[in-house]
Design a protein around this ligand. Sequence first.
Ligand code: 5GP
Length: 192
Amino acid sequence: MKLLEDRIREDGQVLGAEVLKVDNFLNHQIDPDLMMALGEEFHRQFKDQKITKILTVESSGIAPALAAGMAFHVPVVFARKHKSLTLKDDLYTAEVYSFTKKTANQIAIAQKFLSANDKCLIIDDFLANGQAVEGLIDIIEQANATLEGVGIVIEKSFQKGRKLLDERHIKTVSLARIKAFNNGQVEFEEEA
Ligand code: 5GP
């Protein structure tokens, strides 16, 4: 998606060999107009799938997931990373190794928000090694719900997440696909 690629070129900061910082429009400060455009594009790509629920992981997935939810007019559920007084019982949980924090986290979704009738679209900000998406897929399977597809804002195609999803024949749409970081510059895959 050209709009997103241009924004990454303009505001993205490459950190080391594998990390892109986009705190100007996605991970800290959020550009709502850009989010809405991303949500519309996810809708265009998945509108034939009869999605009933959008799933993501807190916190950085929430903005694009909400934008997608507004385009589909379906509820958005974000998996929580921390137990709280109000999130205790009747949970689906999965273990997720965090790429950016290098620690294992448990993610949890209350069972009442996911049922066997749900057709789910997973949305996340980044796809790196696929751990966050795999955790959500695990939860969808526990609920006997159906996974209809995965929508990613920024995919780093040189890491293994995309390959894992392709091997499982999951429809995956990434709005920007990064082939490599070269001397601090972002190189994108050719758009199909
Ligand atoms: P994965 O689970 O696919 O290995 O990593 C995805 C998660 O890690 C995303 O939800 C995102 O929060 C974080 N992440 C992975 N790579 C990057 C990156 O290059 N930049 C930022 N800001 N977050 C990343």
